[in-house]
Design a protein around this ligand. Structure first.
Ligand SMILES: Nc1ncnc2c1ncn2[C@@H]1O[C@H](COP(=O)(O)OP(=O)(O)OP(=O)(O)O)[C@@H](O)[C@H]1O
Ligand SMILES: [Mg+2]
Length: 327
């Protein structure tokens, strides 16, 4: 008997494009009613994984089950049960929000579509804009429309691929509120993100994914506890000096990790005393210090530990993975 508490069960999922393995033996479960996050940098395999769940591409191997049923053997049923908002959300700009919703609703043969459209417009706080062209709406409004449109058929689960990328802070936090509200209403949510603070703020559990592989799964606190139960010492210098700083930390029996111009090391509560000695030693060696701090582990620290080389920057050169707010 399938476990009713498990919405989605993914086992040993692999996707190869030619010789390149984009998704490498992923296994994870999304529990019914939770917000589960796939957190990984550009090109880590998030969208490819979602595309397999959405039956848009066929896995090379492995299985995906939705409430116990193989997704690829029940494509039509699965499509009704999973709503999705893609990374490249397309709202028809020449149509009104109402028309955008109607077209989607017709695809799903929704009975009493007029009422469902009204309800969706209300949910998205777009009733007053229902009959204006979508092109007149702000980015935040378009995303709200896309979100309700993705749920027009009242799915059991919703998949959101980087839903807040490109949104300003205010719109991002308002979308987070909407996602939390959906969870309260009983929706199961699978979300991908490159933002550590988004995963931290929103997700009940997180799978850290890098190069198509899962590095760790757990709640944000569980993941942070893997790094350190104490504090993280962080020293910002220049790239030229990071090795030297790391060597100094090793002398104090710490385990430094280097991320471009930042050296971090976990410090247990009992070792906090070392902080001033380390600072003195760094200064004595004439190493330029741009910043030195102690903070509780963030998901950023988790990433550095799990991926070894630290966060890889996005192709554009600007890291979309933001440094989590220091706590
Ligand atoms: N159709 C395809 N053919 C060849 N390679 C592909 C194809 N689709 C994806 N890839 C490659 O697979 C890897 C994973 O891509 P994917 O889009 O899943 O990453 P992602 O984690 O969603 O990244 P992003 O955060 O940039 O959206 C990338 O290296 C990408 O270039
Ligand atoms: Mg993607």
């Amino acid at each position: 008997m399938p476990d009713k508490n498990i919405a989605l069960k993914i086992e040993e999922l692999v996707k190869k494009f030619g010789n390149f393995t984009a998704v490498n033996n992923l296994s994870f479960e999304v529990k019914d009613g939770e917000i589960f996050g796939l957190l990984g940098p550009n090109g880590s395999g998030k969208t490819t994984t979602l595309n397999m769940i959405l039956t848009l591409i066929t896995p090379t191997s492995g299985s995906i089950k939705l409430y116990g049923k193989d997704i690829h053997q029940n494509i039509n049923e699965s499509k009704k049960e999973i709503g999705f908002m893609t990374q490249e959300t397309v709202i028809e700009q020449d149509l009104t929000p109402r028309e955008n919703l109607e077209i989607f609703g017709e695809l799903y043969h929704i009975p009493d579509l007029d009422n469902r459209v009204e309800e969706s417009l209300k949910d998205a706080e777009l009733s007053d804009f229902a009959d204006y062209k979508a092109s007149a709406m702000s980015g935040g409004m378009q995303r709200r429309l896309a979100l309700v449109r993705s749920m027009i058929q009242k799915p059991k689960m919703i998949i959101l691929d980087e839903p807040t990328t490109g949104l300003d802070v205010q719109n991002r936090s308002s979308l987070w509120d909407r996602i939390r509200k959906l969870k309260k209403q009983g929706m199961t949510i699978l979300i991908t993100t490159q933002y550590l603070e988004e995963a931290d703020a929103l997700c009940d559990r997180i799978a850290v994914i890098d190069h198509g592989r899962i590095k760790a799964i757990g709640t944000a606190s569980e993941l942070k506890a893997q790094v350190s139960t104490g504090d993280i010492l962080e020293i910002i210098t220049t790239i030229k000096y990071v090795e030297q700083v790391a060597q100094i930390l090793k002398k104090f029996d710490l385990k430094p990790e280097i991320k471009t111009d930042i050296v971090t090391a976990p410090i247990s509560k009992t070792e906090v005393i070392k902080f001033s000695d380390i600072t003195k030693e760094v200064i004595k060696n004439n190493i330029p210090i741009l910043g030195i701090s102690m903070h509780l582990p963030t998901l950023d620290d988790v990433f550095i530990k799990l991926t070894g080389s630290g966060l890889r920057d996005s192709a554009s050169g600007s890291p979309k993975i933001s440094i989590g707010a220091k706590k």
